[in-house]
Design a protein around this ligand. Structure first.
Ligand code: DC
Length: 220
Protein backbone atom coordinates (compact mmCIF):
# COMPACT_ATOMS: atom_id res chain seq x y z
CA UNK A 1 0.00 0.00 0.00
CA UNK A 2 1.33 3.48 -0.74
CA UNK A 3 2.31 5.28 2.48
CA UNK A 4 -0.49 7.30 4.04
CA UNK A 5 1.04 10.63 3.05
CA UNK A 6 1.68 9.69 -0.59
CA UNK A 7 -0.86 11.12 -3.01
CA UNK A 8 -1.55 8.66 -5.85
CA UNK A 9 -2.72 9.25 -9.40
CA UNK A 10 -4.52 6.44 -11.24
CA UNK A 11 -5.29 6.78 -14.95
CA UNK A 12 -8.08 4.68 -16.48
CA UNK A 13 -8.31 4.65 -20.26
CA UNK A 14 -10.29 2.60 -22.76
CA UNK A 15 -13.06 2.72 -25.35
CA UNK A 16 -16.76 3.31 -24.77
CA UNK A 17 -18.59 1.01 -22.33
CA UNK A 18 -15.51 -0.95 -21.24
CA UNK A 19 -16.32 -0.29 -17.56
CA UNK A 20 -14.14 2.77 -16.84
CA UNK A 21 -16.73 4.69 -14.82
CA UNK A 22 -17.90 1.84 -12.57
CA UNK A 23 -14.32 0.76 -11.96
CA UNK A 24 -13.08 4.32 -11.29
CA UNK A 25 -15.95 5.13 -8.92
CA UNK A 26 -15.42 1.82 -7.08
CA UNK A 27 -11.70 2.54 -6.71
CA UNK A 28 -12.40 6.08 -5.53
CA UNK A 29 -14.67 4.70 -2.80
CA UNK A 30 -12.26 1.97 -1.78
CA UNK A 31 -9.07 4.05 -1.75
CA UNK A 32 -10.47 7.45 -0.72
CA UNK A 33 -9.75 9.16 -4.05
CA UNK A 34 -11.32 12.00 -6.00
CA UNK A 35 -12.93 10.75 -9.24
CA UNK A 36 -12.92 12.61 -12.55
CA UNK A 37 -14.74 11.45 -15.69
CA UNK A 38 -13.15 13.38 -18.55
CA UNK A 39 -15.67 11.95 -21.05
CA UNK A 40 -18.21 14.17 -19.30
CA UNK A 41 -15.88 17.17 -19.92
CA UNK A 42 -16.10 16.58 -23.67
CA UNK A 43 -19.84 16.01 -23.36
CA UNK A 44 -20.23 19.28 -21.40
CA UNK A 45 -18.39 21.29 -24.06
CA UNK A 46 -20.36 19.50 -26.79
CA UNK A 47 -23.63 20.50 -25.05
CA UNK A 48 -22.44 24.12 -24.76
CA UNK A 49 -21.39 24.34 -28.42
CA UNK A 50 -24.53 22.65 -29.73
CA UNK A 51 -26.55 24.95 -27.44
CA UNK A 52 -24.89 27.96 -29.07
CA UNK A 53 -25.78 26.59 -32.52
CA UNK A 54 -22.17 25.79 -33.47
CA UNK A 55 -21.64 22.52 -35.37
CA UNK A 56 -18.31 20.66 -35.13
CA UNK A 57 -17.40 21.64 -38.71
CA UNK A 58 -17.23 25.40 -37.92
CA UNK A 59 -13.64 25.55 -36.64
CA UNK A 60 -13.26 29.34 -36.41
CA UNK A 61 -16.58 29.91 -34.68
CA UNK A 62 -15.76 27.11 -32.24
CA UNK A 63 -12.55 28.88 -31.16
CA UNK A 64 -14.51 32.09 -30.56
CA UNK A 65 -17.27 30.37 -28.58
CA UNK A 66 -14.68 28.46 -26.53
CA UNK A 67 -13.14 31.77 -25.43
CA UNK A 68 -16.48 32.74 -23.86
CA UNK A 69 -16.77 29.53 -21.80
CA UNK A 70 -15.42 29.73 -18.27
CA UNK A 71 -14.57 26.39 -16.67
CA UNK A 72 -15.43 25.71 -13.03
CA UNK A 73 -15.64 22.65 -10.78
CA UNK A 74 -18.40 21.32 -8.57
CA UNK A 75 -17.66 18.46 -6.18
CA UNK A 76 -20.47 15.93 -5.90
CA UNK A 77 -19.59 13.22 -3.37
CA UNK A 78 -16.23 11.89 -4.59
CA UNK A 79 -16.69 13.17 -8.16
CA UNK A 80 -15.39 16.52 -9.43
CA UNK A 81 -17.72 17.76 -12.19
CA UNK A 82 -17.06 20.38 -14.84
CA UNK A 83 -19.26 23.46 -14.92
CA UNK A 84 -19.49 25.98 -17.76
CA UNK A 85 -20.07 29.55 -16.67
CA UNK A 86 -21.07 28.19 -13.26
CA UNK A 87 -23.55 25.54 -14.49
CA UNK A 88 -23.08 21.75 -14.46
CA UNK A 89 -25.33 20.11 -17.09
CA UNK A 90 -27.62 17.30 -15.91
CA UNK A 91 -26.65 13.74 -16.80
CA UNK A 92 -29.62 13.20 -19.14
CA UNK A 93 -28.41 16.14 -21.28
CA UNK A 94 -24.82 14.89 -21.27
CA UNK A 95 -25.92 11.42 -22.43
CA UNK A 96 -28.64 12.38 -24.92
CA UNK A 97 -28.65 10.60 -28.33
CA UNK A 98 -27.55 13.90 -29.97
CA UNK A 99 -24.53 14.32 -27.68
CA UNK A 100 -23.66 10.61 -28.08
CA UNK A 101 -23.70 11.11 -31.85
CA UNK A 102 -21.67 14.37 -31.87
CA UNK A 103 -19.19 14.17 -28.99
CA UNK A 104 -16.39 12.33 -30.84
CA UNK A 105 -16.45 14.95 -33.62
CA UNK A 106 -16.00 17.77 -31.09
CA UNK A 107 -13.41 15.78 -29.11
CA UNK A 108 -11.24 15.55 -32.25
CA UNK A 109 -10.83 19.35 -32.42
CA UNK A 110 -7.36 20.34 -31.07
CA UNK A 111 -8.52 23.78 -29.75
CA UNK A 112 -11.23 22.10 -27.71
CA UNK A 113 -8.78 19.58 -26.22
CA UNK A 114 -6.37 22.43 -25.50
CA UNK A 115 -9.10 24.20 -23.54
CA UNK A 116 -9.28 21.17 -21.21
CA UNK A 117 -5.60 20.17 -20.90
CA UNK A 118 -4.46 22.51 -18.11
CA UNK A 119 -7.84 22.27 -16.37
CA UNK A 120 -7.67 18.47 -16.24
CA UNK A 121 -4.09 18.50 -14.92
CA UNK A 122 -5.05 21.10 -12.29
CA UNK A 123 -7.57 18.67 -10.78
CA UNK A 124 -4.69 16.79 -9.11
CA UNK A 125 -3.94 19.95 -7.09
CA UNK A 126 -7.62 20.32 -6.24
CA UNK A 127 -7.73 16.71 -4.99
CA UNK A 128 -4.61 17.34 -2.85
CA UNK A 129 -6.08 20.57 -1.45
CA UNK A 130 -9.31 18.76 -0.60
CA UNK A 131 -7.33 16.08 1.27
CA UNK A 132 -8.22 13.15 -0.94
CA UNK A 133 -5.72 10.27 -0.84
CA UNK A 134 -5.34 10.62 -4.60
CA UNK A 135 -7.04 11.04 -7.93
CA UNK A 136 -8.55 8.52 -10.34
CA UNK A 137 -9.15 10.04 -13.77
CA UNK A 138 -10.85 8.19 -16.63
CA UNK A 139 -10.86 8.94 -20.35
CA UNK A 140 -9.06 8.18 -23.61
CA UNK A 141 -5.73 10.03 -23.23
CA UNK A 142 -5.21 10.23 -19.48
CA UNK A 143 -2.25 7.84 -19.21
CA UNK A 144 -0.78 8.97 -22.55
CA UNK A 145 -1.20 12.78 -22.53
CA UNK A 146 -2.74 14.21 -19.34
CA UNK A 147 -0.79 12.26 -16.69
CA UNK A 148 1.85 10.23 -18.55
CA UNK A 149 3.96 10.36 -15.38
CA UNK A 150 1.26 8.71 -13.21
CA UNK A 151 2.46 5.72 -11.21
CA UNK A 152 -0.68 3.65 -11.85
CA UNK A 153 -1.98 3.49 -15.39
CA UNK A 154 -4.65 1.07 -16.60
CA UNK A 155 -6.28 0.30 -19.93
CA UNK A 156 -9.63 -1.51 -19.91
CA UNK A 157 -11.11 -3.42 -22.82
CA UNK A 158 -14.04 -5.77 -23.54
CA UNK A 159 -15.46 -7.42 -26.64
CA UNK A 160 -18.02 -5.48 -28.65
CA UNK A 161 -21.03 -7.66 -27.79
CA UNK A 162 -20.42 -7.21 -24.04
CA UNK A 163 -20.08 -3.46 -24.44
CA UNK A 164 -23.21 -3.10 -26.59
CA UNK A 165 -25.17 -5.15 -24.03
CA UNK A 166 -24.00 -2.81 -21.24
CA UNK A 167 -25.22 0.29 -23.12
CA UNK A 168 -28.55 -1.37 -23.97
CA UNK A 169 -29.01 -2.21 -20.27
CA UNK A 170 -28.49 1.49 -19.45
CA UNK A 171 -31.19 2.34 -22.04
CA UNK A 172 -28.77 4.44 -24.12
CA UNK A 173 -28.69 4.98 -27.89
CA UNK A 174 -24.97 4.97 -28.64
CA UNK A 175 -22.93 3.72 -31.63
CA UNK A 176 -19.96 2.70 -29.54
CA UNK A 177 -17.97 1.02 -32.35
CA UNK A 178 -18.25 4.10 -34.59
CA UNK A 179 -17.29 6.39 -31.71
CA UNK A 180 -14.25 4.25 -30.86
CA UNK A 181 -13.16 4.26 -34.49
CA UNK A 182 -13.24 8.09 -34.56
CA UNK A 183 -11.50 8.32 -31.18
CA UNK A 184 -8.76 5.86 -32.27
CA UNK A 185 -8.05 7.41 -35.67
CA UNK A 186 -8.06 11.15 -34.90
CA UNK A 187 -4.82 13.15 -35.03
CA UNK A 188 -5.14 14.86 -31.64
CA UNK A 189 -4.60 12.62 -28.60
CA UNK A 190 -6.08 9.43 -30.11
CA UNK A 191 -7.40 6.59 -27.98
CA UNK A 192 -4.39 4.31 -27.35
CA UNK A 193 -3.25 1.92 -24.69
CA UNK A 194 -0.56 4.04 -22.98
CA UNK A 195 2.91 2.51 -23.12
CA UNK A 196 3.52 0.47 -19.98
CA UNK A 197 -0.14 0.54 -18.85
CA UNK A 198 -1.69 -2.58 -17.32
CA UNK A 199 -4.39 -4.00 -19.59
CA UNK A 200 -7.53 -5.62 -18.16
CA UNK A 201 -10.28 -7.40 -20.10
CA UNK A 202 -13.44 -6.54 -18.17
CA UNK A 203 -15.68 -8.95 -20.14
CA UNK A 204 -14.38 -11.92 -18.20
CA UNK A 205 -14.40 -10.48 -14.68
CA UNK A 206 -17.03 -9.01 -12.38
CA UNK A 207 -16.70 -5.35 -11.40
CA UNK A 208 -15.56 -6.43 -7.91
CA UNK A 209 -12.86 -8.64 -9.43
CA UNK A 210 -11.56 -5.78 -11.61
CA UNK A 211 -11.43 -3.42 -8.61
CA UNK A 212 -9.71 -6.11 -6.55
CA UNK A 213 -7.15 -6.77 -9.31
CA UNK A 214 -6.29 -3.04 -9.57
CA UNK A 215 -6.15 -2.55 -5.80
CA UNK A 216 -3.86 -5.59 -5.51
CA UNK A 217 -1.63 -4.20 -8.27
CA UNK A 218 -1.35 -0.83 -6.47
CA UNK A 219 -0.74 -2.40 -3.06
CA UNK A 220 1.98 -4.67 -4.36
O1 DC B 1 -16.24 8.33 -21.80
P1 DC B 1 -17.36 8.87 -22.71
O2 DC B 1 -17.94 7.80 -23.60
O3 DC B 1 -18.39 9.61 -21.96
O4 DC B 1 -16.60 9.90 -23.67
C1 DC B 1 -17.30 10.65 -24.64
C2 DC B 1 -16.36 11.03 -25.76
O5 DC B 1 -15.42 11.98 -25.30
C3 DC B 1 -15.54 9.91 -26.38
O6 DC B 1 -16.20 9.31 -27.48
C4 DC B 1 -14.28 10.58 -26.80
C5 DC B 1 -14.18 11.79 -25.94
N1 DC B 1 -13.12 11.70 -24.94
C6 DC B 1 -11.85 12.06 -25.33
O7 DC B 1 -11.64 12.35 -26.50
N2 DC B 1 -10.85 12.10 -24.42
C7 DC B 1 -11.06 11.78 -23.14
N3 DC B 1 -10.06 11.84 -22.27
C8 DC B 1 -12.36 11.38 -22.72
C9 DC B 1 -13.36 11.33 -23.66
Amino acid sequence: MPSSNSFIIITMDGGAAVGKSSTSKGLAERLGLMHVDTGSHYRTLTCALLGSGTPAEQGETISKVLETLELSTQIDGRSAKLGINGMVPVDSDLRSPEVNAQVSKFAAIPELRQKLFAYQRSLADLARDQNYAGLVMEGRDIGSIIFPEAAYRFFLDADEATRAARRAKEGQTDSIAARDEMDRTRQAAPLVCPRGATQIDTAHHTLEEVIEKITHHIES
